[in-house]
Ligand binder design. Structure first.
Ligand SMILES: [Zn+2]
Length: 91
């Protein structure tokens, strides 16, 4: 029998159930499910990638600013190296 700090016996059946995940495995499942749901929401809201979250053959970061940043970065590399710019304008 378990007693509280005043010496009164505690009945485990009177304890309220613990809210939330009880085990690490269950907590991991909840965390993974939440992460998958977040990822799917980001894909659904993105106009850059397909339903699989890929843009062309690359994983999409769902941030349109990365497209411009990549273009500016590759243009800087080409200019620094003295290479001719790509004709199609793609990074
Ligand atoms: Zn995307």
């Amino acid at each position: 029998m378990i007693h509280d700090r005043t010496g009164e016996p505690l009945d485990p059946d009177d304890e309220p159930p613990i809210a939330g995940p009880r085990t690490t495995a269950e907590a991991n499942r909840h965390r993974l499910a939440a992460r998958a749901a977040d990822r799917q929401r980001a894909i659904n809201a993105c106009t850059l990638c397909g339903d699989d979250g890929y843009r062309d053959a690359a994983v999409c970061h769902h941030d349109p600013r990365t497209v411009d940043a990549a273009r500016r970065g590759i243009a800087l590399v080409y200019a620094t190296m003295g290479w001719a710019a790509r004709k199609d304008g793609t990074p």
